[in-house]
Structures are given as structure tokens and as C-alpha cells.
Design a protein around this ligand. Structure first.
Ligand SMILES: Cc1ncc(COP(=O)(O)O)c(C=O)c1O
Length: 372
């Protein structure tokens, strides 16, 4: 099969395009915050424009931002990271491409949960890396554990996200530690996508860096910091991978967007960010209580901004369900099939990245549609 044919489209982006063409749609599909970034981001951006920061930066990012990100790990997790190990990237998406390309060669394997964030497998395909899908469901709250990993052989890396997309599950410290030890002992790379950190509602999240310096931690400004369009993220790498990452970034990106790097200097306003978390927590509480009266929701989401709902009592095919819901009720949600193939036809993902009024209207339309 041609490489390009192995890459599937990111269905949620297709739905977004269709929803925008239809108009007057309640958007519960896309995972981008509707809230503004901290005001200090805009101030930093305006200053950068005034200072004419229009040039490329060093490929690993501006030093001030690398320092701020390192400080963030101390403030939030009490972990000491040298700013040298921080690499500023073009979104976490850019970081995935760089990370995969520096640790794996064509034909090597990476373990991914199924369901999980759709683009992981496509980054693998783009680099002729073979994804191995590890099925997860409600029995383990959609998380991987060491017993499950033991069944797989000859893989170079595993990649998880916590809080996770699509189920909003948060890995416990115990599960993280055991997974990381298992990987470290066998020379397997543990890639931890922590982009939803800051949006955990029941317990503090743990960064993989608390447990190992070998973990590859990827995070960014698109979710908690409300800066998705700035296209900026970061990676914390083990020392020995830094030069390799630099080489790839020099060639593929040159550097992350300069204005966004300067704007991100203003992102670490924790008072503002804590308010963001509270807003999403309230929305989660509201939408979860409403949706569980309509659908079976096997796992209460503990983080991110998604609800993973079973639609079996209404339909056997999530894609058709979502298409009809969009066309007939003007509510956009994402079919589970975007996230993998294990039981995903029975699920849809709601996102609560709109205000309560919009969520209420979405629910009204959804209920009317289901009652027809
Ligand atoms: C788990 C996960 N990782 C990464 C991303 C992409 O983030 P970025 O905007 O930093 O490229 C998303 C976006 O939805 C996501 O859900």
C-alpha cells in the first residue's frame, strides 16, 4: 500500500469543515478551548510585535521560554529540569513528528492505546513506523498497564496521553511508575503526552519526569493555556536526544513561530489558569450529569474536556449517528471511529469547549432529535 493511503483523515477536522458549511451548528466536536489565553500572553505578543520579533529563533527555542517551561516543572510538580532539556516545538503535533523521527526507524514498532488521539498512528505511518494497537476499554478506565504490555514484543516505544483523549482518563502515579520502570528496564522509550495537564478535576496529575529522566514528555499551550492557534508546544528530552532533535527541527521547521514563542512567555499566569480549570470542571459536571441520563457513560472523565458516550441504544454505527445528528439536528460531535477501531463504532465523543448556554442548546437539540 502507498504510504499516503495508510494515513486516514482526522475525521473531527472533516466534521468541523462540514459543520461550518452547514451553519448555526452547536460545536461539541472540536477540542479547542473557547476561552482567551491569559491577558499577559496578549501583552507579551504586543510587545514582541513592537520589538519587531520577526526573525527565526534558535531551533530549540528562545532561551527565556525554555527557562520558563523548566520553571513550570518546578512550580507545578517540584521537578528540577535543566532548561537545556526543553525543546520548543510547533505545537505538540510538531513535537510528535520530531520525537518519532529521532527514536525510530522505518519498520520499527510503537505501541498505542486503541482508542487514542488519532494523529499518533498517522505520524507513525508518515515515517513508515508500524503502530501496534493495544485495545483499552472501561475495564481499565481506558488506560494501559504493564500486564497488558507483556503480550507485545519487539517494540521501540509506547505513547500514552494523560489526561487522555478521548475518554478523559488520568493515569494514577502507581500505573505510571510501573509502566515507566517496565520501559526503562527494557530500553523502550516512554512517550508521555501531557497536553491536557492542568485540566484534571479529581486529582493532581503526575508528569512522567517525576519518575524517570529517560521519559520523553510532550506538552503544549493549546489546551490549558488556551492558545491552540499559536501553534506552540514543547518537549522535555533525555540529554542524548537533544542534538538529534535539533537537527530535525533545523531542517523541518527551522524554529517554532517566533511571535508565539514570545507570547508564550506570558502564559504562566497560574491565577488565571486555575480559573480556566474551574470553568471546565463546572462544564464537565453539568454535561456529564445531563448526558448520563441519555447515554451509557462507562467512565466518568477525570480530565481534559471530553465525554466518551456509548450510543448502542440508539445506533450501531457512530459515524452514521454523527452524520445524521449534524445534518438533522445541527449538533456536531465526533464519532468514536476517529480514535481507533476497538469498540469505537459504539461510541461518540462530546467536547465541552463551548459555554454553558451553547451546551444547553446542544442538549436540547440532541434530546429533540433522539425523541423523534
Ligand atoms: C492528546 C492530544 N495531543 C496533542 C494534540 C495536538 O495539540 P497541538 O495543538 O499542540 O498540536 C491534541 C489536540 O487535540 C490532543 O488531543
Amino acid at each position: 500500500m502507498e504510504r499516503i493511503d495508510r494515513i486516514s483523515s482526522f475525521i473531527v477536522m472533516d466534521i468541523l469543515r462540514e459543520a461550518k458549511a452547514i451553519g448555526d451548528v452547536i460545536h461539541m466536536e472540536i477540542g479547542e478551548p473557547d476561552l482567551d489565553p491569559p491577558p499577559s500572553v496578549i501583552e507579551a505578543l504586543e510587545k514582541a510585535i513592537k520589538d519587531r520579533k520577526y526573525f527565526y529563533t534558535p531551533s530549540l527555542g528562545i532561551w527565556e521560554l525554555r527557562e520558563k517551561i523548566a520553571q513550570h516543572y518546578y512550580i507545578k510538580y517540584r521537578v528540577n529540569i535543566s532548561p537545556h532539556r526543553v525543546v520548543v516545538t510547533t505545537g505538540t503535533s510538531g513535537a510528535f513528528l520530531v520525537a518519532y523521527s529521532i527514536i525510530m526507524s522505518a519498520g520499527e514498532k510503537i505501541v498505542l492505546p486503541d482508542p487514542s488521539y488519532p494523529c499518533y498512528k498517522n505520524f507513525a505511518h508518515l515515517l513508515d513506523i508500524t503502530p501496534i494497537f493495544l485495545p483499552v476499554d472501561e475495564s481499565t478506565s481506558y488506560t494501559i498497564n504493564v500486564d497488558m504490555l507483556k503480550e507485545y514484543k519487539d517494540y521501540k516505544a509506547i505513547h500514552i496521553s494523560s489526561p487522555s483523549n478521548p475518554a478523559g482518563s488520568v493515569y494514577s502515579a502507581d500505573t505510571l511508575v510501573s509502566l515507566i520502570r517496565y520501559c526503562d528496564d527494557r530500553g523502550i522509550y516512554f512517550i508521555s503526552d501531557e497536553i491536557y495537564h492542568g485540566l484534571a478535576y479529581e486529582q493532581e496529575e503526575h508528569t512522567a519526569l517525576e519518575f524517570s529522566d529517560k521519559a520523553i514528555v510532550i506538552s503544549g499551550f493549546s489546551k490549558w493555556f488556551c492558545m491552540p492557534g499559536f501553534r506552540i508546544g514543547w518537549m522535555i528530552l533525555p540529554e542524548e536526544l537533544l542534538q538529534k532533535a535539533e537537527k530535525v527541527i533545523q531542517n523541518v521547521f527551522i524554529s517554532a513561530p517566533t511571535l508565539s514563542q514570545y507570547a508564550a512567555l506570558g502564559a504562566f499566569d497560574y491565577t488565571y489558569l486555575n480559573r480556566v480549570r474551574e470553568i471546565f470542571r463546572k462544564r464537565r459536571d453539568f454535561l456529564y450529569e445531563e448526558l448520563r441520563q441519555i447515554f451509557d457513560i462507562p467512565v466518568k472523565p477525570e480530565g481534559a474536556f471530553y465525554i466518551w458516550a456509548n450510543i448502542e441504544r440508539y445506533s450501531e454505527d457512530a459515524f452514521t449517528f454523527c452524520e445524521r445528528l449534524l445534518r438533522e439536528a445541527k449538533v456536531a460531535v465526533t464519532p468514536g471511529t476517529d480514535f481507533g477501531s476497538y469498540k469505537t463504532k459504539k461510541f461518540i465523543r462530546f467536547s465541552y469547549t463551548k459555554d454553558k448556554k451553547a451546551l444547553e442548546e446542544g442538549l436540547r437539540r440532541l434530546k429533540d432529535y433522539l425523541m423523534k
